[in-house]
Design a protein around this ligand. Structure first.
Ligand code: PAF
Length: 285
């Protein structure tokens, strides 16, 4: 496994691999790797000849300075995990390498980026599009792998590759969960032991809401989820929306979509956690 920090070096290595007709897979990450990331790496290794993992805490997607400063950074451990997972190249650029000058590009992918995270974290998806488009131009992967925990992010990235005609196949991979149901996230390490113990309530409630949904309206289900999670005083729901999983637009009635997905953001203390759940068709009112 090669650890590369310069764009020109990575491009040179990959040009050689492409000359040899190797298929390239990319897993973009911000490091602090956990089993969720490793499931993407495993799939990337399986489906491609060469697996590239980027580890870069992208400053342009953080709308909260404190979040950027406290984002966990564990590069040595990440590299050991990637080596064990048979990754071929780890790309670890500095901020100066990725942004030699400020990235002034502004993207508009339409309604898909205006709701939920887009509405609450101004500039977040623009920053994601800036860095992911740069990574796609640098690596020119055949396939790129993203976790469904960031459900809306995948929709934004799909819109980006369509709008910019970037020839890459976007592969979405299921959420990985801890044994107690909590969706794996690098931010989980910031929870206090007490918060960590309470946090699985989010996933439990979402799961319970699938059964609760039988015969209920969309609004009933939203009320149920918010009320149940907030019974725990340490939890504050920022939003729970049930959206059309294709367009990310909130639905009012189950018949508005063939793909209803519930997306939640909860503050557990001051740690912002997200999760989501798909509602099966037979649970609709
Ligand atoms: O999902 C993430 O970790 C980040 O948003 C990504 C896609 C690596 C871009 O920085």
């Amino acid at each position: 496994m090669k650890i590369v920090d310069k764009i020109k070096d990575l491009k040179a290595y990959l040009a050689k691999e492409k000359q040899d007709n190797k298929r390239i897979g990319l897993v973009p990450t911000m490091g602090a790797l956990h089993a969720g990331h490793l499931s993407l790496v495993k799939r990337c290794v399986k489906e491609n000849d060469i697996c590239v993992v980027s580890v870069f805490v992208n400053p342009t997607q953080f709308n909260d300075k404190h979040d950027l400063e406290t984002y966990p950074r564990t590069l040595d451990k990440d590299c050991a995990l990637l080596q064990a997972a048979n990754c071929d190249y780890v790309f670890v650029p500095s901020v100066e390498e990725m942004y030699p000058e400020p990235d002034t590009r502004t993207f508009d992918f339409g309604p898909v980026m205006q709701v939920m995270e887009g509405a609450r974290r101004p500039g977040h998806f623009n920053g994601v599009a800036q860095v992911v488009s740069k990574l796609f131009y640098i690596v020119e992967p055949d396939k790129a792998y993203f976790g469904e925990k960031d459900f809306q992010q995948i929709a934004v990235i799909r819109a980006m590759v369509n709008q910019l005609h970037i020839p890459v196949e976007i592969i979405d991979c299921p959420i990985m969960r801890e044994a107690d149901g909590l969706a794996m996230s690098s931010r989980n390490t910031r929870l206090t032991p007490e918060q960590r113990q309470k946090a699985p309530l989010i996933a439990h409630t979402l799961k319970e809401s699938v059964n609760f949904a039988a015969g209920k309206s969309v609004q009933d289900v939203i009320n149920f989820v918010v009320k149940t999670v907030e019974k725990e005083p340490v939890m504050k729901v920022e939003y729970y929306e049930i959206v059309d999983g294709h367009t990310m637009q909130p639905i009012q009635n189950w018949s508005d979509t063939d793909y209803p997905v519930g997306c939640i953001t909860v503050y557990c203390g001051d740690v912002r956690l997200i999760d989501n759940i798909k509602y099966a068709l037979n649970h609709k009112a």
